[in-house]
Design a protein around this ligand. Structure first.
Ligand code: NDP
Length: 277
């Protein structure tokens, strides 16, 4: 099955479907990553905060697939905001992953009160200019945070990774991203399983002979979202990969989008200011 690519604003192509490793125990991460690559995934989404960057690197090396053929995304942790601290955190991420260049590095959270996302972004602009990051982006940024970057910085983020699923469709922020040439990455694309028993989604899944997870992931693909569902089971990794052999009708898409309740599974970025020690 061929995974489509999304063309980012700097000309770089990212696989639209990847594998997320949040909440995979470091002891299990190398095996899970290697297994996901065996299934066909060529894009891994990790973060310093997840505590498993080293194991992601190990899993990629164990897979037998050249690291150059695997898209890797990681994120600057909340306690590494600020120019100098971010440069040091970035170096550590490359060392832990065992690579000299990363495909995409993000600011994990804007931390509008507790952090310094402008200084952090300027550090990412530097590593981008040096060619040590092929692309740079943000995560959990609202439009006011993106406007501040536009006013005070130079490089437009390649992506904004935000929580999106049928109960939180984020129409306004997704449209804002698109208007500014920023690709939307959707985290917790199946709401950590929370949308899988929805009767509307179950009905559509039955019509297509697909699982509810496959229908929701397909809905994201047709909205042009970049996704990286997490699973610790090889069977569900495969299930989540098999979403390119069917298509949802405009009516199906509309029914799923109409399920929006503006319901988050994670924190609200406008007020989230948690900085670990
Ligand atoms: P997901 O929406 O990907 O859901 C993962 C959960 O759903 C797990 O409990 C998994 O269980 C279960 N699951 C996966 N596939 C299936 C399936 N086919 N059928 C039934 N259950 C299934 O949640 P995540 O929060 O993990 O989000 C995905 C990725 O997004 C993360 O791994 C991370 O990379 C990123 N992320 C980024 C954030 C940010 O702030 N930037 C925040 C949160 C996530 P099991 O493992 O048992 O299969």
């Amino acid at each position: 099955m061929t995974v489509p690519h999304v063309h980012l604003n700097n000309g770089v192509e990212i696989p639209q479907l990847g594998f997320g490793v949040f909440q995979i125990d470091p002891a299990d991460t190398a095996a899970a990553v290697s297994q996901a690559i065996g299934v066909g995934y060529r894009h891994i989404d990790t973060a310093e905060m997840y505590g498993n960057e080293k194991e992601v690197g190990e899993g990629i090396r164990a897979s037998g697939v050249d690291v150059a053929d695997i898209w890797i995304t990681s994120k600057i942790n909340n306690n590494r905001h600020g120019y100098d601290s971010t440069l040091a955190a970035f170096d550590q991420t490359l060392t832990d992953l065992g690579v000299e260049q990363i495909d995409l590095i993000l600011i994990h959270w804007p931390l509008p009160e507790a952090g310094d996302f402008v200084g952090t972004w300027k550090a990412l602009e530097k590593v981008y200019a040096e060619g040590r990051a092929r692309s740079i982006g943000v995560s959990n940024f609202q439009s006011n945070h993106l406007n501040r970057l536009a006013d005070e910085c130079t490089v437009v983020p390649a992506v904004n990774q935000i929580e999106v699923h049928p109960y939180l469709t984020q129409d306004a922020l997704r449209a804002f991203n698109a208007e500014h040439g920023i690709a939307t990455e959707a985290w917790s694309p199946i709401a950590q399983g929370g949308v899988l028993n929805d009767p509307v989604i179950k009905g559509i899944a039955a019509e297509h002979g697909k699982s509810t997870a496959q229908v929701v992931l397909r809905w994201h693909v047709q909205l042009d979202n970049i996704i990286f569902p997490k699973s610790s089971s090889a069977e569900r990794m495969r299930e989540n990969f098999e979403i390119f052999d069917f298509e949802l009708s405009p009516a199906d898409m509309g029914f799923i989008s109409a399920l929006n309740r503006d319901e988050r599974t994670g924190p609200d970025p406008d007020v989230f200011n948690y900085v670990p020690a």
